[in-house]
Design a protein around this ligand. Structure first.
Ligand SMILES: *Cc1c(COP(=O)(O)O)cnc(C)c1O
Length: 422
């Protein structure tokens, strides 16, 4: 499938007059439409709620858009909790799914009334010490171990992952939590990341639903929700078939009826914590070609670098690239598209066939709406970019300014050297 952009060259030129590249651009219309599709796909479940994984795109303006559509927040850290609070989320609109959790994070999560999802059985005592009680509603994260397969494809390796409790521990944890006064229980699991198949959620659902039925029977707890967490992926590559959220929702519904309803547990709410699927395709990194270099290979140097988008350098991840205004020109030039870090892995694309690129051309790097800006860092003293929102009415708005050297040096502000760092 041809990968389309949500922005035209004319519009980009207009934005760049005010906001220089590089920046991440987000598509409000796409975000809202996609979110509504997710809600429709799970509308069969009365208690359904999506908790957006804040770590994917921690921007309050974007969280606010999602909140207006009825979305909650899935937080994993102190600052993510603060962000969620800042947009007016609290109580059961926040899920706190953390691991290796510091005391103060449990304290803040509890102060906000968030649903706490325990990553480990030892966290029961740790939490009780931290907040002086066990909350009435509590969730536990499950790790089934082994390999997670769909048909014969290995999707991921839970047995090798640091998250969650073993099956045995989960039964024990529920029993202890019940004794300590917990009344409503949740089960959570995240077994595979970026799955581009409609089968992942229904398969995960079956594992968790069957477990829930047995847990309820053996421990006598009331299961209020099952959290299918994140993991629904997006087609980064043009040849990938996108997930169909309606097929996924329907697949989960069928397993729900078969397993939960048949066991008299038709009141269980389904929660999700999608990050990538909610936001990934509705963001792009906009960057300008500033250098061309002809050595043993052909290089195009752009004004963004891996600190603005780490996935290609870190995972060798593919991100599609469109040269703005050259959508229909032949892709007859082979380039490495590089950033300026003193790291040879700072390449947004390697041996990529693209139209001939001139200096000043604008490159659109696709699918950076989730785990894009948020994975940014400051290596080489490089600064984080701005974030811009393309609004539904066609206008645009700066929703985070670019960092300046002052921001980079801000943590020296209590030292005398600060006078010279200007
Ligand atoms: C990262 C994460 C998510 C979101 O994952 P996506 O792949 O972006 O959907 C959800 N829940 C937890 C606990 C996570 O760590």
């Amino acid at each position: 499938m041809k990968k389309e952009t949500f922005i035209t060259k004319d519009k980009l030129t207009e934005i760049i007059k005010e906001i220089p590249t590089p920046f991440h651009l987000y598509d409000e219309k796409g975000i809202r439409e996609n979110f509504r599709a997710i809600k429709r796909a799970f509308a069969w479940n009365k208690g359904f709620k999506e908790y957006f994984a804040v770590k994917a795109t921690p921007n309050p303006f974007l969280l606010d858009i999602l909140k207006s559509e009825g979305c909650g927040a899935d937080c994993s850290s102190y600052t993510e909790l603060i962000l969620s609070k800042a947009v007016g989320l609290s109580g059961e609109d926040i899920m706190f799914s953390s691991n290796d959790t510091p005391v103060e994070e449990f304290v803040l999560a509890n102060d906000l009334g968030a649903i706490i999802n325990l990553d480990d059985i030892t966290h029961i005592d740790f939490l009780e010490k931290a907040i002086g009680k066990i909350p009435e509603t509590i969730s536990c994260r499950f790790n089934p171990g082994g390999l997670f397969k769909i048909s014969n494809d290995i999707m991921d390796n839970p047995g090798d992952s640091k998250y969650g409790m073993t099956t045995e521990q989960l039964y024990e944890a529920f029993t202890i939590l019940k004794e300590k006064g917990a009344k409503e229980f949740g089960i959570h699991a995240f077994l595979a990341s970026n799955t581009v198949t409609n089968e992942y959620y229904p398969m995960l659902a079956r594992i968790l639903f069957e477990l829930a039925v047995d847990l309820a029977k053996k421990t006598g707890v009331h299961i209020k929700f099952i959290n299918l967490s994140g993991g629904i992926g997006i087609p980064y590559k043009p040849d990938q078939e996108p997930n169909d959220i309606h097929i996924i929702g329907d697949g989960v519904r069928r397993v729900y009826e078969e397993v939960l309803e048949n066991a008299g547990m038709g009141d269980v709410s389904i929660y999700t914590e999608l990050g990538r699927f909610v936001m990934g395709p509705y963001g792009c990194l906009v960057t300008t070609a500033i250098h061309e270099k002809h050595i043993y290979k052909e290089y195009i140097g752009v004004d963004a670098c891996a600190v603005n988008l780490m996935r290609p350098a870190m995972y060798g991840a593919y991100h599609h690239i469109t040269v703005a205004g050259k959508e229909n020109e032949p892709e007859d030039h082979k380039y490495d598209i590089t950033g300026s870090l003193c790291e040879n892995n700072d390449k947004f694309a390697i041996d990529r066939m693209l139209p001939k690129i001139e200096m000043g051309d604008i490159l659109i790097i696709h699918d950076t709406g989730a785990h894009g800006f948020s994975m940014g860092y400051n290596y080489n003293g490089k600064l984080r970019s701005a974030e811009v929102l393309l609004k539904q009415d066609g206008g645009f708005e700066l929703i985070r300014r670019a960092e300046t050297p002052k921001d980079y040096f801000a943590t020296f502000d209590c030292f005398e050297i600060k006078e010279r760092l200007v």
